[in-house]
Ligand binder design. Structure first.
Ligand code: IMP
Length: 424
């Protein structure tokens, strides 16, 4: 299949960056299609750790093209910081990073509104990353957003930015009592970004089309995860884009019939950062154990992640919505040391038990998970490289998940390094 998509099957942070980096050597192009600097993909190469917010994870592979497609929201300052950071480490992106002229720009007012509105929400707070994602997508849909390509029509850009700053300042002051933002300073800032970004700006629709027509391999990198999808996630505690595979066509322009194979990525347990329902969440003391073992702290915000058992109901829903063909199961090593492991195979809602993830209901926080209990294993599996060398209980755990999800786990990850991987 010329298009392979790597999609998170949970609430994000499944380890997509590592998986994509692992298989990126087979790709000609790696594309991100949604989200923005809210994502934090970590890739470990040897002793070095790389954290990406906006750049696709293919960037570490010389000679691969990397695309920031139209469906993303671009924080120009953040992108330039990332580009500079890679350049300092000897990785040059010239000629292999392509930023869609149709991607929307994130402005300081988007971040200010994101933070201010979260600040006054109290108990209904979403727990966003504060990167301006929701307000930027809101402007896109309201048709007042400014896109990367607009940077190069100076007069029009200045006029539209001025109108936006005026409107947002009114809102910031009236609703949140916040300080107004300075239009002239913002314009100057974005003029400077325009100059620095220009070598990367491209028509990524035609670039991708040409690559596919030439038989090249295009890998699509999802950010966040299925349960944060604006339509099928745990709304309103979601991100503001289609972070499932459903966003690929709109976010890249690749026609639906050309979107081929989907590799789902799921952790061997579940985590979530930010607010919202999480049926299999563990009580604090138990969650802490998993959090410390798994290093479960947000890559963007450093926030401790909420932790819980594998939620089979939510993961099977992710397999269905995304059309997952095969699974990469990550962080299996983190589960070593438990006597018993639990997997959620049903939800009890208002006295009824179902194994179907409820769509469009707001009472997910009232779900009582029904668990299957499986044997744990004591051995450290981080050095295992063949399935047959895994403890029997670990193999049974993987088999159980495969049977329940009705999909094969073709990649098992047992640590952050590239070689800590079992291919099946
Ligand atoms: P936003 O995307 O910053 O608007 O945040 C909305 C929700 O998505 C919050 O619960 C965030 O914690 C969550 N979120 C956004 N990006 C990521 C990610 O890359 N990994 C995990 N959670 C994320």
């Amino acid at each position: 299949m010329p298009v392979l998509s790597v999609i998170g099957a949970q609430w994000g942070d499944e380890g997509k960056g590592k998986i994509l980096d692992l298989i990126a050597s087979k790709a000609d192009v790696v594309v991100r299609y949604q989200g923005g600097a809210n994502a934090g993909h970590t890739v470990v190469v040897g002793q070095e750790k790389f954290v990406f917010n906006l750049l696709p994870s293919g960037i570490l592979h010389p000679g691969k093209k990397n695309v920031i497609a139209n469906g993303m929201v671009l924080d120009a300052a953040q992108l330039l910081t990332e580009i500079d950071g890679f350049q300092k480490r000897g990785i040059d992106l010239g000629g292999r990073l392509f930023v869609s002229a149709a991607a929307h720009l994130v402005f300081p007012y988007h971040k200010a509104i994101d933070r201010a509105s979260e600040g006054v929400k109290g108990g209904t707070r979403i727990g966003t990353t504060g990167r301006g994602i929701g307000p930027c997508y809101a402007d896109k849909i309201a048709r007042v957003g400014l896109r990367v390509g607009d940077l190069y029509d100076e007069a029009r850009f200045a006029a539209r930015l001025e109108a936006n700053v005026r409107e947002k300042n009114t809102l910031l002051k009236a609703l949140y009592g916040a300080e107004p933002l300075d239009f002239a300073a913002m314009l100057a800032e974005f003029r400077a970004y325009a100059v620095r970004l220009e070598p990367y700006v491209a028509d990524t629709f035609h670039l991708l089309r040409d690559c596919l027509d030439a038989g090249q391999y295009v890998f699509i990198e999802g950010a966040q995860g299925m349960q944060l999808d604006i339509d099928f996630g745990t709304y309103p505690f979601v991100t503001s884009s289609n972070s499932s595979a459903l966003g690929i066509t709109a976010g890249t322009g690749i026609a639906p019939k050309r979107v081929g194979e989907v590799l789902g990525v799921a952790k061997a347990y579940t985590t979530r950062v930010g607010a919202g329902p999480f049926p299999t969440e563990l009580p604090d003391a138990e969650a802490q154990l998993l959090r410390e073992r798994g290093g479960e702290f947000g890559a963007v915000t450093g926030r401790p992640r909420r932790c819980g058992w594998f939620d089979g109901v939510a993961a099977r829903f992710a397999v269905q919505v995304n059309g997952v063909d095969s699974l990469a199961l990550t962080k299996l090593d983190t589960l070593s040391g438990y006597d018993k492991l639990r997997v959620c195979t049903g939800y009890e809602i208002a006295g009824h038990v179902t194994d179907r993830f409820p769509v469009g209901v707001t009472t997910l926080d009232k779900v009582k998970p029904r668990y299957e209990t499986l044997s744990g294993w004591k051995e450290d599996v981080s050095g295992v490289r063949r399935v047959d060398d895994l403890p029997a209980a670990a193999r049974e755990y993987v088999d159980f998940l495969e049977d329940f999800l009705r999909v094969r786990a073709t990649i098992l990850s047992v640590g952050p390094a590239r070689d800590q991987t079992i291919f099946r």
